[in-house]
Design a binder for this molecule. Structure first.
Ligand code: NDP
Length: 315
């Protein structure tokens, strides 16, 4: 049978390129989990995805009710779940004030981390039940949360501190909107959310890999400077960022190439190792990359897991 993979945020950028790459193999049915149904339908058509190889289902990660509803809908579809890709993200580098999810969490951490945390926890049971030869849960990471890299050292740097803002609910009312309890900074909130993504992948691995055989992985697909992620940045940045990445840092990767990389992590029989953060070298060969100290801190991973469980209503 075909494998069944859920890709969140498949309406643009990396998610769309990955959905396209997988659907074209004919070996996968892709569930495009998107907040804007019409946009996703248009996107799938515009890149020529074979109609029989995808289904669009509504998911707004900025609402925990929507996450639960999505899980119900998916289960009602009767399809097995073989791979889950947590890809969607918001990035608000120029926001002066925080905005919030339906439950009142700062929106970058709320969407990128907490929405995906609940989704992954709920769908773990479905993954367990799959009889597919290689079941995987992939959480897209980033270099920007990795302070052991050049890009990760561009201020403001990721730092979760002692999680006091997160423990307080990230609501900007009786707690800070930032995980570390500091003043709101949209770019930092995004980086912090990516650190949570990478810590969550490793905590899943420690808690569930042996028992379930599921492969838990994260990756940095390269700098895809052309995606919608930078839509809220100032115009000059958006103009100069792609050529800067192409010619100066040489970290630039096209959406198509990045999509192939993520599709590889979904389906390549050689990428079954669990607990790994994948990157690619200049020749587009994959290798196991090192995470920064904070992004591989075992104690912090456990704390993020426990606080997140409380915030999404699992504990
Ligand atoms: P895009 O902005 O192109 O894609 C983000 C996707 O997430 C869109 O489909 C968007 O939906 C979706 N999304 C946003 N908010 C929600 C929500 N509340 N519910 C459901 N879906 C939502 O960015 P990229 O493709 O660049 O980003 C994809 C992933 O790649 C992210 O995890 C990002 O951190 C990571 N990444 C990107 C890099 C880059 O250089 N671009 C580098 C490293 C990692 P909609 O279309 O409706 O807006």
């Amino acid at each position: 049978r075909k494998g069944c993979v859920i890709v969140t945020g498949a309406s643009s950028g990396l998610g769309l390129a990955t959905a396209k790459a997988l659907s074209e193999t004919g070996k996968w049915h892709v569930i495009m989990a998107c907040r804007d149904f019409l946009k996703a339908e248009k996107a799938a058509k515009s890149v020529g995805m074979p109609k029989e190889n995808y289904t669009i289902m509504h998911l707004d990660l900025a609402s925990l009710d929507s996450v639960r509803q999505f899980v119900d809908n998916f289960r009602r579809s009767g399809r097995p779940l073989d791979v889950l890709v947590a890809n969607a993200a918001v990035y608000q580098p120029t926001a002066k004030e925080p905005s919030f999810t339906a439950e009142g969490f700062e929106i970058s951490v709320g969407t990128n981390h907490l929405g995906h945390f609940l989704l992954s926890r709920l769908l773990l049971d479905d993954l367990k039940q799959s009889d597919y030869p290689s079941k995987r849960l992939i959480i897209v990471g980033s270099i920007t949360g990795n302070t052991n890299t050049l890009a990760g050292n561009v201020p403001p740097k990721a730092n979760l501190g002692d999680l006091r803002g997160m423990a307080g609910g990230l609501n900007g009312i009786n707690s800070s909107a930032m995980i570390d309890g500091g003043e709101f900074d949209g770019a930092k909130a995004y980086k912090d959310s990516k650190v949570c993504n990478m810590l969550t992948m490793q905590e899943f691995h420690r808690r569930y890999h042996e028992e379930t055989g599921i492969t838990f992985a994260s990756l940095y697909p390269g700098c895809i400077a052309t995606t919608g992620l930078f839509r809220e940045h100032i115009p000059l940045f958006r103009l100069l960022f792609p050529p800067f990445q192409k010619y100066i840092t040489k970290g630039f990767v096209s959406e198509t190439e990045a999509g192939k990389r993520l599709a590889q992590v979904v389906s390549d029989p050689s990428l079954t190792k669990s607990g790994v953060y994948w990157s690619w070298n200049k020749d587009s060969a994959s290798f196991e990359n090192q995470l920064s100290e904070e992004a591989s801190d075992v104690e912090k991973a456990r704390k993020v897991w426990e606080v997140s469980e409380k915030l999404v209503g699992l504990a």
